[in-house]
Design a protein. Structure first.
Length: 406
């Protein structure tokens, strides 16, 4: 039989392993130590205390009631150029699209027939004046003769009547001469007002007639220029009700324009008037505003957006947008510092914004401390440590109101 011989050197080279029971005890000891460490960490978190939040004190404000409405530009004044006599156009006397002045000649119509008519009327007047002069002299001679009964009274009466008839004929022919001269003057078609003229609808040599339906050209005054704005009748009634109830105050309306490219028109306008009837087809009321247009940027027929402020809303509270949140149903809520420094959630009425704030009309009273910073650490009725906004000590607050350790 072979015998196993152990040597001291070999025993020293073999590692000493703990027994199974010893290993179990070591594992339990380590697990207990980790549990104590975790409990110690939780204890430290609890010792941090209430969440530090920044608050803003609510105050009443007055804000303009501003709406954005569709509109369309229209000329300040517009006139259609039409001929007042018939004839052939000899020449167009203006440049299309240019500025024209009132009274400036625009077209010349062939004046030949009208000049001849004026000459004939002048001749008829001369003849009538000669006849009237002879009749008057005869009546003057018969007057003393009739008084001395050298001629009969009937002869004098006939002579005096003939003289008066001749005088009336002079007046008639003079009026005919004036009409002929006016028609001759109308062969030159003038500009009825100062403005920018459109293209010409008729060329040289075209036949035109007096009072025709088609205009020769159109002149429009573009500085200033009108903007016709369409406002929903229901919205107008709400505004009037708010004015009657005292929730709003009337003010001088300010009007600003936004063009199709999204840019604002530099010059403000002024509201001129509002229609007194509602369009039955669209349910809107037309408002007309006047804008200066010195550079001619606004052209007639252009679609624009008009921002209109007709009144100011009183007794409202402007709350920073970051402090207002909405639930799944869209209800607006805010947190305020309640009794005992508890975070109290309130429902508020906030239907529109002004700049970076919500306009709140109900749910908050002046003096309430609205929590605007540290909202990520809040829970309803949770304890908080309120400090004025942007002055928290233990945490720094970002623009969204979230806290992070300094």
């Amino acid at each position: 039989m072979s015998r196993t011989v152990s040597s001291p050197a070999l025993a020293q080279r073999q590692p000493l392993l703990p027994a199974p029971r010893v290993r179990v005890a070591i594992t339990l000891l380590l697990a207990g130590s980790l549990g104590l460490a975790a409990c110690s960490g939780k204890g430290k978190n609890k010792e941090r205390g209430p969440a530090e939040v920044g608050y803003w004190v609510a105050t009443e404000s007055t804000v303009p009631l501003e709406v954005e409405l569709p509109g369309r530009t229209a000329p300040y004044r517009v006139s259609q150029v039409r001929p007042q006599v018939s004839g052939l156009i000899e020449k167009r006397l203006f440049e299309e699209g240019a500025m024209v002045k009132a009274g400036q000649p625009l077209y010349r119509i062939d004046p030949s027939l009208y000049r001849a008519a004026a000459n004939q009327a002048q001749a008829n007047l001369t003849s009538a004046q000669a006849s009237a002069e002879a009749a008057k002299i005869k009546a003057d001679r018969y007057k003393p003769l009739a008084a001395s009964q050298a001629v009969s009274q009937q002869d004098y009466t006939d002579a005096a009547a003939t003289a008066r008839t001749a005088a009336a004929s002079v007046m008639q022919t003079r009026a005919a001469l004036e009409t002929a001269r006016i028609n001759l003057h109308y062969t030159t078609v003038p500009a009825p007002l100062t403005g920018r003229i459109s293209r010409s609808a008729f060329t040289d040599g075209a036949l035109v007639t007096a009072n025709q339906a088609d205009a020769l050209a159109t002149i429009a005054v573009l500085d200033p220029i009108y903007v016709d704005i369409q406002q929903n009748a229901a919205d107008m009634m709400k505004l009037r009700q708010a004015l009657a109830d005292g929730g709003a105050q009337a003010r001088e309306p300010d009007v600003k324009l936004r063009l199709d490219d999204g840019k604002d028109y530099a010059l403000p306008g002024k509201l001129e008037f509002s229609e007194v009837t509602v369009d039955s087809a669209t349910g809107t009321v037309t408002l007309r505003a006047r804008f200066p247009n010195p550079k001619g940027l606004l052209l007639p027929g252009l679609f624009v957006r008009a921002r209109l402020s007709q009144a100011v809303q009183t007794r409202v509270i402007l709350v920073p947008q970051g402090a207002v949140s909405r639930d799944a149903r869209g209800t607006a809520t805010v947190y305020v510092v309640g009794q005992g420094n508890k975070a109290e959630m309130r429902q508020v009425t906030a239907v529109r914004t002004v700049g970076d704030t919500w306009v709140v009309t109900d749910g908050i009273k002046p003096g309430d401390k609205v929590i605007t910073q540290g909202l990520g650490l809040l829970r309803p009725n949770g304890a908080v440590k309120p400090v004025p906004e942007n002055s928290a000590q233990g945490y720094k607050l970002d623009k969204n109101g979230a806290q992070s350790a300094k």
